[in-house]
Write a protein that binds this ligand. Structure first.
Ligand SMILES: Nc1nc2c(ncn2[C@@H]2O[C@H](COP(=O)(O)OP(=O)(O)OP(=O)(O)O)[C@@H](O)[C@H]2O)c(=O)[nH]1
Length: 399
């Protein structure tokens, strides 16, 4: 036999602990975490359970109406928190208000029912209120943070045990004469469904921390303006590609791209137009690369490409296409007219038998770029080629 008042006390402490942890997490440096709605939901659930337990001193109808009403709000808040976290936007407002109004009306209507029927109705209602959150977690949420999968599973368990409670109440009405009646079936289904809800809270906090960890990883390896890998990461990947090329006896292409007269672009159109030009340039280059190619920002308006399994002809063809694509770009900026840009490129191929180190490649690619710039810019120079390849007629000067 389970003593229900003791059980309620345990649940109240569980929700209180969850609420305090969420509140502390939000007060620390993690203020920007997406935990606000979830935290409010936990406090409202705590209030709901307290009101249900308060039937010892309150008239039963007030305790049932206010307690179940609060629990309904708390469950909707959980679904809202999941929507905001996974989809970046909440549920439609009218959806929330319509759902809550229907829920409150049903709760009020059910007050007149015998307790076992009310248990069935309210359990089904609470399970239904969990569905929007479960739907999102099993859909787009499944591909987001791993910890969200545990939230999906515990929410499913919560909904499942609420359904079990409804079935049990239907089959054993004698166990459901009052909420505080001590009976094994009622105690277990109540305990399990609401312990699952507490579990989802901890899973949701973990999912938020997982998101922060991913963001920090991204910030440590990428350039914030263009989304390219930063220099340190591109450098490490170049060294890795060289090792792999040596092992598999395949050539690795290394390219240094430098936007022409970028200072003039900044001076003429403004720094923020220059930023837009860098972003458009990166998008243009990226759409021509293979999934195995690497693009990194070397610094300022200089970018590198690491092209595994690429010989001189292949690299030259790709970089020439990039040069043409960049020349055709029209950079549109909010505060001014569209303008064009051009790029010069140095290319060097690390043939496996030449055993070139990364440092030697840097020197050679720098020299190749220097020759492309010296020959008039807006052109590609492949190291080792007799003449800049292919000879191109420079387009109009950028700026
Ligand atoms: N808008 C913007 N400008 C940048 C950024 N990083 C570097 N720059 C600018 O890029 C310019 C690079 O100028 P230079 O090194 O003289 O080269 P350049 O004008 O492109 O001349 P060449 O390379 O010889 O064709 C400088 O004015 C930098 O301020 C950035 O993130 N945003």
């Amino acid at each position: 036999m389970i003593h229900i008042p003791t059980l309620m006390l345990a649940l109240l402490s569980g929700f209180a602990m969850l609420g305090v942890q969420l509140w502390m997490a939000r007060r620390s440096r993690l203020r920007y975490l997406d935990l606000g709605v979830w935290t409010s939901g936990s406090w409202i659930l705590l209030l709901g359970f307290t009101l249900l337990a308060a039937r010892i001193i309150l008239p039963t109808w007030i305790s049932a109406l206010a307690g179940n009403g609060c629990i309904a709000v708390g469950l909707v808040a959980y679904s809202e928190g999941i929507h905001r976290h996974v989809l970046g936007r909440g549920m439609p407002r009218w959806w929330i208000w319509a759902g809550l109004t229907v829920a409150w009306l049903l709760i009020a209507w059910m007050l007149a029912w015998p307790f076992y029927l009310r248990t069935i109705g309210i359990s089904l209602l609470f399970a239904a209120l969990l569905l929007p959150g479960i739907g999102v977690l099993l859909g787009p949420g499944w591909r987001a943070e791993y910890s969200l999968r545990s939230v999906a599973l515990t929410l499913l368990l919560a909904a499942g045990s609420l359904l079990l409670r409804a079935v049990h109440a239907w089959r054993h009405p004698e166990d459901y004469q009052d909420l505080l009646q001590s009976s094994l079936g009622q105690g277990l289904t109540f305990l399990f469904s609401f312990i699952c809800l507490i579990g989802t809270g901890f899973g949701f906090v973990l999912a938020n921390f997982e998101r922060i960890a991913r963001r920090m990883e991204d910030m440590a390896s990428t350039d914030a303006l263009t989304g390219c890998l930063n220099r340190a990461t591109a450098d490490a990947l170049l060294r890795h590609a060289l090792e792999l090329g040596r092992r598999e006896q395949t050539p690795v292409g290394f390219v240094l791209l430098d936007l022409d007269h970028f200072k003039i672009i900044n001076d003429t159109h403004g720094h923020s137009a220059g930023d837009t030009a860098l972003q458009d340039f990166v998008a243009e280059v990226r759409r021509r690369l293979r999934a195995s190619d690497v693009m990194g920002r070397w610094g300022g308006e200089e970018f590198v490409l690491v092209l595994p399994s690429t010989d001189a002809a292949g690299a030259a063809r790709l970089v020439e296409q990039i040069r043409e694509g960049v020349e055709a770009l029209q950079i549109r900026h909010a505060c001014g007219d569209a303008f064009g840009i051009t790029v010069s490129a140095g290319v060097v191929i690390a043939e496996p038998h030449r055993h070139l180190s990364a440092e030697q490649l840097f020197t050679l690619v720098d020299q190749a770029l220097y020759r492309a710039k010296g020959a008039g810019r807006n052109r590609v120079h492949v190291h080792g080629a007799a003449a800049p390849w292919p000879e191109v007629t420079p387009g109009p000067a950028a700026a």
